[in-house]
Design a protein around this ligand. Structure first.
Ligand code: MBD
Ligand code: FE
Length: 298
């Protein structure tokens, strides 16, 4: 029996994959022309390796559609999906390795989905904890575990950088970032601080607590199907920037936290695990954290 007399390579063959790759034209965007052959090879190889069925592939398509559909300014479910499979951490590592000029630079960590532009520029030594109704559920707990966080911003030669901007954000003790939580004021627990002539920054914040990444959507469902927990260790986010230097996006992790070794988004690095020490003689804060950030030249 001959079908139409047309000979075509079976689609499970390498020749089929090569044909798809070869469909790219000579005028293709150069970076896409560079990366698409690899992406197609890996996608096809993956489908062959696991004998992916039409039903399974369609489940994945609908899953990604659902991630897009529930995403908005306050929630980025597709990014969260990348986070829980380690992709944001991996590309962060690849990027910082490519750009680093010195091994003394503070390691980067992922941005995460809760960054907001235009947080308030605050005077050094002030607090990112906004005054709330003291009856608010998390306020008592917040004040009981507040921390004075200070240090310097340095170049890799050890010279202090004046006028560097230390941008910081963290979740409240209820595990929610301000934009996820109606009960918190606008820009609560966010701020930017400029370093002084000695490169010093200082501010009051909270000792961070472990918290579950949003698990009421498709990413959370996926975690449960994988028999995984949604917790991140307590962390504080930073973007440290200065003229002539590469901006550093990173996070600091509290060493008391049991989730240090099992972060749901795989973003912990040893150099970023810090010790909060008891603080005496300051009614505003129970803990001190000292940390210097080292920036690389642009
Ligand atoms: C977070 O708070 C976070 O920092 C990251 C990286 C991912 C999900 C939630
Ligand atoms: Fe976070």
């Amino acid at each position: 029996l001959k079908r139409n007399g047309v000979s075509n390579k079976p689609q499970h063959s390498q020749a089929f994959t090569d044909k798809v790759i070869a469909a790219t034209g000579p005028e293709a965007h150069p970076r896409l022309a560079e990366i698409m052959p690899s992406l197609i090879r890996h996608l096809h190889g993956f489908a062959r390796e696991v004998n992916l069925t039409v039903a399974e592939w369609m489940t994945a398509v609908e899953f990604i559609n659902e991630c897009g559909k529930i995403s908005n300014d306050r929630r980025n479910e597709t990014q969260l999906l990348c986070d829980i499979v380690g992709l944001e951490s991996l590309v962060d590592e690849i990027t910082s390795k490519m750009l680093a000029t010195s091994s003394l630079e503070t390691p980067s960590a992922i941005l995460g989905p809760f960054y907001r532009h235009d947080s308030p520029l605050l005077p050094n030594g002030s607090s990112i904890i906004q005054k709330l109704d003291p009856s608010d559920s998390w306020y008592e707990q917040a004040m009981a575990d507040s921390a004075y966080i200070t240090g310097r911003v340095l170049s890799s030669s050890g010279a202090p950088i004046q006028g560097a901007i230390v941008e910081v954000w963290q979740s409240a003790p209820n595990g929610l970032y301000e934009q996820q939580d109606e009960s918190q004021p606008e820009m609560n627990l966010r701020g930017r601080f400029a370093t002084d002539a000695d490169g010093h920054y200082a501010f009051y914040a909270l000792r961070p607590v472990p918290y579950p990444i949003p698990d009421d959507g498709p990413a959370g469902r996926f975690l449960r199907l994988l028999d995984r927990h949604p917790y991140r260790p307590g962390h504080i986010h930073f973007i440290v920037s200065a003229h002539g230097f590469r901006a550093l996006t990173t996070q600091l992790y509290d060493d008391r936290d049991e989730y240090i070794a099992k972060d749901a988004v795989f973003a912990v690095k040893d150099e970023l695990v810090v010790k909060f020490v008891p603080r005496d003689g300051d009614r505003t804060a129970r803990w001190t954290l000292e940390y210097d950030f080292v920036l690389g030249r642009e």
